[in-house]
Write a protein that binds this ligand. Sequence first.
Ligand SMILES: Cc1ncc(COP(=O)(O)O)c(C=O)c1O
Length: 481
Amino acid sequence: MLNGRSNTADRPTERPLEEASPRMAPQDPIEFDLDRVDELIAREEAALEPKHAASIAYREVAERTTARGVASSWQDSPPHAVYADHGKGNRLWDIDGNEYIDFHLGYGAMVMGHAHPKIVEALQQQAALGTHFAQPTKHLDAVGQNLSERFGLPLWRFMNSGTETTLEAIRLMRANTGRDMIVKIEGSYHGHHDSIMFSVAPDRSEIGPREHPVTVHQAMGIPQAFADLVRVVPFNDLAEAKRAFDENKGKIAGMIIEPAMMNCGVILPEPGYLQGLKDLCHAEGAYLAYDEVKTGITLTYGGATHAFGVTPDIVCLAKAIGGGTPCGAVGATRELYGPVLRNEYDMAGTFNGNPLTMAASRATLLEVMTPDVYDQLDRIDKAMKDGLTSVIEKHGLPCSVSGMGAKGSVIYSRQPVREYRDAVGIDERISYLAWLFQQNRGVFKSPWTKQETWTISVYHSEDDARRYIDNFEEFAAAVAS
Ligand SMILES: Cc1ncc(COP(=O)(O)O)c(C=O)c1O
């Protein structure tokens, strides 16, 4: 049984997905006609603008004191920022009063759905007892024990964002090895600190040769000295990772990797890749860190660590583990935590282990994201993948669908996408148009850059999948016509 399922009253009657979307004989593949895409973008933007009149007007108010009227640059994607009002379960309402099925879910942090009663209760109880002490509380053992069980790592520390977790993970790998260089995957994002904000979404013109990718700055103001410490390699290629180590003997502290890439569609690791990386890192006296900020507790109960059966030396978690509060956790071996255990390394932060965050985490991990909800997530994931694949085949679109557990995406490429370079040439207008079709038809999605990525919550049903697929079908029919 699901925890707190709701929101069925206003949905159309459920019908089996196969019946709703019969498998048609695949059409001959088409290419996207970009003139047609431009035409449809203009039409969909014109339809969307009046629905967001209040958001567009409020932005002018917010801009008086907040740069560009948004709190984070990534809350501001074209055509305009949409200001949220409230959420419940699988639904989000904006300040214009539009109601959406929420597949954005706060960049995947809200896999437990909005305002889950168990999390609301935990927050209310803790708020009444005090919201911050900068002292440890008795939430630590329950949360730490649950994370150890899920991720197979014995020791944990708690932070306030994914960025803080990768900062500490990289620093711990450096502290333990006395080495400065880090290997990262091209096209992965690990937060906005100076050590690692490189080659996140570099332009094709900047990336250089595949065997020696350029370490491309993702933000202004990061000194070149940081870039010089980062070696970039393609995903799913052990030989290239080995080349990076061979060319930098004794200099690399470790490798940080999203075990399944989540920030340019969903790209899964090929069999043997993660184990090969772990073996390679250890053979070179270096460590392997997983960034499970997006995959942790969303792909499976034990995240990508459990899904792919390879436990790294260190895991970074954030987003979904906090039940919608600012959160982060770093799990690692006793060896990696050695400098902290010996009190030689200050892993500090005023709000680390904040009682509100810890109370929300505790309810999320122990009471909401329990092992049984993953069957439900897998069922909806399958419905999404089957339905979207049928539409793609029916209209002969050059796309594929990829996903696992609560996460998935359509990738607008005919070729299999194994790494960032396979996706870098895809025209962003296509995913923008797909986003506009969803937004105009009651589905809220994360920004559309490159590929569409969705998150499913414990409240999402087959009807919600159906709505997404029906909207995608309208998009497919329009671009294919
Ligand atoms: C894989 C990954 N790592 C790290 C981060 C940074 O997390 P935060 O935005 O909480 O700092 C993100 C954010 O989207 C992410 O997707």
